[in-house]
Design a protein around this ligand. Sequence first.
Ligand SMILES: [Zn+2]
Length: 280
Amino acid sequence: MLKKRAILITALVTIVVAAVAVFLYAARRPAAVPSPHAIVPPSIHYARDPSHPVTAIHLAAVYFVPKDIAASADASWRDTFNHALAELVRFYEFELHGAVAITYTVYPTPIIGEANHHVYDGGDTNRGNPNALAAVSAELGRRLFTPGGDHYDASFVRSVPGTDEALAILYEGVGSIATLRLAAGEQQAPNPLYQHSLIELDGVEWPVFLVSRFFLTTEGYRDYGETVFAHEFAHLFGLDDRFDADGNPTSDDIMGSGRFLPLVNTYLSLEDKRELGLTY
Ligand SMILES: [Zn+2]
């Protein structure tokens, strides 16, 4: 009888100990706390155009030198260009909270223009040099984007599904200007100073921005040359300037007076972000 009771007690104790052990094992596993790395980035769209989401942009990047100044092409253009592109990516990664993956490919050699600089500039380089944007875009469309062109490279100008393409031109000349993307239903750019230059390839539109090499290497622009480069890129999203025709700023962000600050010291305003569908 006593032996039976001892066996029964031993069995009960064993069961209790096992149950406690199972409970403790389960309880020691950490609760499912979301990792900050698992936070989904917000989604954005082109300015004032929710019908056109944008998740990835690839920049084809070209150093373009008019024929008559080929001898003065910058020997260190590749480092200069790569640095400006890398800083642009860093700026928008931070400002847009990772919503857009921006990648770039730099064309391996300078492209020497068929014409002299005054042909591209058209005699009037004010307002960012819109003549150069249109003329250089047209020439690159023919020589770089069209099979048979002397710089045609199918892999360089290929379109990747789900990625929006654009052309970044480092210009051996003056100016800084960009295609200003129009939202659906907009008949003309909010700021009519900007021409709507595009390269079209197999039904895909490549907006273009052009920035003088001097902005990136001249001492007088050292503080904000890369900011100008990143400012022009913002127009590809459809963001407009926030300064009037006389240059008086209406904001202090990168679209306004903040375009004259070092890139690390400027920002994209909440007003601009709201146009892209962001709330912070
Ligand atoms: Zn601008």
